[in-house]
Design a protein around this ligand. Structure first.
Ligand code: NIG
Ligand code: FE
Length: 411
C-alpha cells in the first residue's frame, strides 16, 4: 500500500546512477517510458511500468496524463536574500556602462548592500520567501543561497539567518553559502586585505552558529585577486568549510585553475576560463556551474565554453544566479533554453545539469537530483510531452505540480 502513486507517466527521467555525471556520460539520459512511481513515508518506494502499477494500491493517485515526470530541479547558485531592486541600472546598461564600472561608482552590488543593511530581518525573510515560492512553482525543490549583500558582520549574519529560517519553514531545501567576500565595501575601499581579515574572523562565528555549509568569493578585476582568493579560501577550508568560487566571470584571471587547486566543490561562471583551466577542471572533482542567464543579461554575447568543458570530460551544472543585478530571474527553465541555444548543450546534458550535477555542486548528490528507491520523493510533474520540449518552448512555466518529500506543495 503506497501513500501516493503517480501513474500514466509518458517519460520518467529517473537520472538513476551513481556520483556526478561527467563529459560523454551526460549524453545518456536514464529514462523509462510508460512508467509509474510509488511513494511511501515521503520517499520513493517503488518504480515500475504503468501496467504493473495497476496491481498496486495507494491512498492518493496522481495521473501524469502521459506527460513528463522528473526529479525536482536543483538551482545550485543563487543570491536569494537581498533587499530592493536595481531596475534603474538598466538604462546605464543600455548606454553601455559596463557592469564593473557601475560597481566602481558605488552602484551595482554596493547599492544592494545599502538596501540590505537597512532592511529588517523580517523584511528580508518575506521578500526571499516570495522569490522562493516562485522558484518552487518552476519545479525547483533545492536551492543554494548566498549571503554577500551585507559585507559587515551583522548584515552577513542577518542574511544567513534568513536563509536558515527559510530552509526550516519553506518546502524548498535551502543550502547556505557565506559570500562575505562579494565586493569591497565603501568603508574599506582602500584596505581590501583588512576587510578580508574581518571576513576570516567572521568565519568562526558562522561555523559556531551553523549558518553556512559553503564559503565563496568573487575573484574578479577590481574585486578580489587570485592571490587574495587563494588565501581566503584556504583559511575557510582550514576552518572546516567546503568552498566555491565566482571564477572568470568577466575577466579571465585564472579563477578556474584556482578552483581546482583549492579543491572547490564548484567553480561558477567560467565565461573566461582558459583551455588549461578547463582541462584541469575535467580531471578534478570540481563541478562547473554555468550561468548563461548572467551572460544573457550582461549582454556582451560571451558565454562559457560548455561544449569544450563537456568534451574534455567535466561535470557541468546549470543555475539561475538569481540576483538583483546580473540575473534577475527565478526561472531555471529559461536558463535551460539559454543553455541549449548559447552553450550548445543537448537536452540530455541540460537535464543532467539541473538535477544530479546541480545537486553535487552543493554536496547534496546523495539526497537530491535523482528519483531512486529510498530517496526523498522530490518530484516535478510537467505539462510537457517529453524532456526535449522544456528547453524548446521557452519563457513560460511548464510545471504542473511539484512534490516535496512526497507531498504536493505546488500546483
Ligand atoms: O554572480 N558576480 C557577482 N555576483 C553576482 C552579481 C551580484 C549583483 O550584481 O548583485 C553574480 O553575477
Ligand atoms: Fe553569483
Amino acid at each position: 500500500m503506497m501513500d501516493t502513486l503517480i501513474v500514466n507517466i509518458g517519460q520518467l527521467l529517473t537520472m538513476e546512477g551513481d556520483g556526478p555525471v561527467k563529459g560523454e556520460q551526460m549524453k545518456m539520459l536514464p529514462l523509462i517510458e510508460q512508467a509509474a512511481v510509488g511513494i511511501k513515508n515521503g520517499r520513493v518506494a517503488w518504480i515500475g511500468s504503468n501496467e504493473e502499477a495497476k496491481t498496486i494500491s495507494a491512498s492518493h493517485l496522481i495521473d501524469a496524463e502521459g506527460k513528463l515526470v522528473t526529479p525536482g530541479l536543483v538551482d545550485p547558485h543563487t543570491h536569494l536574500v537581498f533587499a530592493g531592486s536595481r531596475e534603474h541600472e538598466l538604462s546605464l546598461k543600455q548606454q553601455g556602462v559596463p557592469y564593473l564600472d557601475i560597481l566602481k561608482r558605488g552602484g551595482g552590488i554596493l547599492s544592494t548592500v545599502r538596501a540590505t543593511r537597512a532592511a529588517s530581518e523580517e523584511e528580508l525573510y518575506e521578500k526571499a520567501h516570495v522569490h522562493l515560492d516562485r522558484m518552487l512553482s518552476y519545479g525547483v525543490t533545492t536551492v543554494e543561497a548566498k549571503s554577500g549583500y551585507g559585507l559587515d558582520v551583522e548584515t552577513e549574519r542577518k542574511q544567513l539567518r534568513v536563509a536558515k529560517r527559510l530552509h526550516q519553514t519553506h518546502h524548498v531545501d535551502v543550502v547556505s553559502t557565506f559570500l562575505g567576500a562579494h565586493a569591497i565595501p565603501t568603508e574599506h575601499q582602500n584596505n581590501p586585505d583588512g576587510f578580508l581579515r574581518q571576513m576570516v574572523d567572521l568565519l568562526d562565528v558562522i561555523k559556531q552558529e551553523q549558518l553556512a555549509d559553503f564559503v565563496d568569493i568573487f575573484c574578479e578585476t577590481g574585486v578580489f585577486t587570485v592571490e587574495q582568493s587563494r588565501t581566503f579560501l584556504q583559511k575557510a577550508k582550514e576552518k572546516g568549510f567546503a568552498v566555491k568560487i565566482h571564477a572568470d566571470e568577466i575577466d579571465p584571471l585564472g579563477g578556474t585553475e584556482l578552483a581546482v587547486e583549492v579543491g572547490a566543490v564548484s567553480a561558477d561562471h567560467l565565461v573566461g576560463a582558459s583551455k588549461a583551466g578547463i582541462q584541469q577542471l575535467a580531471h578534478a572533482n570540481t563541478i562547473a556551474v554555468l550561468l548563461p542567464g548572467t551572460s544573457f543579461y550582461l549582454g556582451k554575447g560571451k558565454y562559457a565554453k560548455a561544449r569544450q568543458m563537456i568534451d574534455e570530460g567535466a561535470a557541468v551544472a546549470l543555475a539561475t544566479d538569481f540576483n538583483p543585478g546580473s540575473s534577475p530571474t527565478e526561472n531555471l527553465q529559461f536558463i535551460m533554453t539559454l543553455a541549449a541555444l548559447y552553450l550548445r548543450m543537448t537536452p540530455e546534458e541540460i537535464w543532467h545539469a539541473v538535477t544530479v550535477n546541480a545537486a553535487y555542486a552543493i554536496n547534496r548528490g546523495q539526497d537530491a537530483g535523482r528519483i531512486m528507491i529510498g530517496r526523498r520523493a522530490d518530484i516535478a510533474i510537467w505539462d510537457a510531452p517529453n524532456y526535449m520540449y522544456v528547453p524548446y518552448h521557452y519563457g513560460i512555466n511548464h510545471v504542473r505540480m511539484v512534490l516535496k518529500d512526497g507531498k504536493v506543495v505546488s500546483e
